[in-house]
Design a protein around this ligand. Structure first.
Ligand code: FAD
Ligand code: UDP
Length: 363
């Protein structure tokens, strides 16, 4: 056997498995059909020299010390707490909804306790919270739901809040205090030299061979190996035997603005009700880079295209379950990552899942 393990995909899931397996002495071949490593977390400089994330903004945050310490073997960090404003009727408000949002929107001057009481008076409690609509209505009530959530969700997913599982909207908390950070995790840092540098270091072992612009489907029966780690879409692995699993896609519109030091107040501004795009991100906020110009990206949701988001709703989860039963009956392949596990995972969750998968393979 030439290789112990073939790893399909050089994003977080694939790179973590490659690094761990190589460290355990395995001979690893890792391939990606794209021409670069890093998967969707890939970053690079645009032609004007500004560091951008071609596949949309990636902000690292985790509450897991273990995951943070593991990645710290491959990167230095820059402290960064992401903040987001939502543009509603032409005015910018903090999102997640907090005390400032409520006071500014309704021209009030409530303290924290009064905001809690206000939310209590407008929320529409539910006996069972199963959809994203249940989550939002039961936490902030109808008016805030219509202003901040329904339109954004319709654009992002092409679905109503009531058609999505609770977990989607549950990503966004509601706060009665003034905390305007998007995330509250204990570790909120960006890789100091970028994600791609971190991935290069993860894949530097002599036990790892990397082949880019290589599609699994062209080599699946050619490469001699004992085991496969597959991080692409699970339905594609099984040749769509039960039909296509829906994934949501995006088109990214990148723009460089020369001689504009700063385009917007925060890293991201959301547009829940206006425009075809959901949000604009300005990269210099995230990276701390100094440059006379600035680069931004607008995200336009799409039904077709590269699979970026699994779509969490009961019928999709039922279809995924059928594929995952096939996966369980395929012991020489490990399925791990956002597309292979059809989970709306953040980067740190993918790292956690990949560490576990690699551990299981080296026991
Ligand atoms: P991917 O990064 O998708 O990697 C899979 C790789 O497999 C790809 O490179 C693909 O080319 C390759 N592949 C697939 N099929 C084949 C094949 N047949 N042959 C060869 N190669 C193949 N997470 C956060 O924590 N914070 C954020 O701010 C954040 N922002 C995001 C913004 C956007 C727009 C998106 C889409 C995601 C965001 N995420 C964020 C989630 C994050 O991107 C994922 O959790 C993580 O990158 C998934 O890693 P992965 O390895 O599972 O998948
Ligand atoms: N959401 C919303 N309004 C917002 C921000 C988020 O309705 O201003 C909802 C929307 O359904 C979105 C989900 O919450 O898809 C999760 O948002 P998040 O910012 O976590 O999405 P991601 O960064 O993963 O695209």
């Amino acid at each position: 056997m030439k290789y112990d393990v073939l790893i399909v995909g050089a994003g977080f899931a694939g790179a973590v498995c490659a690094e761990r397996l190589a460290a355990a002495g395995k001979r690893v071949l890792i391939i990606d059909k794209r021409s670069h490593i890093g998967g969707n977390a890939f970053d690079c400089h645009d032609k004007n020299g500004v560091m951008i994330h071609p596949y949309g903004p990636h902000i690292f945050h985790t509450s897991s010390k273990r995951i943070f310490e593991y990645l710290s073997n491959f990167t230095d960090w820059r402290f960064y707490e992401h903040r987001v404003l939502a543009c509603v009727d032409g005015t910018l408000y903090p999102i997640p909804i907090n005390r400032t949002t409520i006071n500014k929107l309704y021209d009030l001057d409530l303290d924290e306790q009064a905001v809690t009481a206000y939310l209590e008076s407008v929320r529409e409690p539910r006996d069972r919270v199963t959809t994203s609509e249940d989550v939002v209505l039961s936490s902030v009530g109808r008016d805030l739901c219509e202003k901040f959530f329904r339109g954004y969700t319709r654009k992002q997913w092409g679905l109503d809040l009531s058609e999505l599982s609770a977990g989607v909207a549950a990503r966004i908390p509601t706060r009665a205090n003034d905390d305007d950070r998007y995330f509250t995790d204990a570790f909120q840092f960006m890789p100091a030299q970028g994600y791609s540098s971190m991935f290069e270091r993860m894949l530097a072992s002599p036990n790892i061979e990397l082949r880019l612009s290589e599609d699994f489907h062209a080599i699946r029966s050619v490469v001699e190996r004992q085991h496969t780690v597959y991080t692409g879409p699970i339905d594609a692995y099984f040749d769509f035997r039960f039909g296509k699993l829906p994934y949501r896609s995006l088109a990214f519109e990148h723009e460089h603005l020369s001689n504009v030091g700063r385009f917007q107040l925060t890293g991201t501004v959301n547009y829940p009700n206006d425009h075809e795009y959901t949000r604009i991100t300005e990269f210099k906020h995230l990276t701390g880079q100094r440059h006379s110009g600035t680069s931004i990206v607008r995200e336009y949701p799409r039904a077709e295209g590269e699979p970026y988001y699994p779509i969490p709703r009961p019928e999709n989860e039922a279809l995924f379950k059928r594929y995952s039963e096939l996966a369980e009956a395929t012991p020489d392949v490990t399925f791990v990552g956002r597309l292979a596990q059809y989970r709306y995972y953040n980067m740190d969750q993918v790292v956690g899942a990949a560490l576990k998968a690699a551990e299981d393979l080296t026991l």
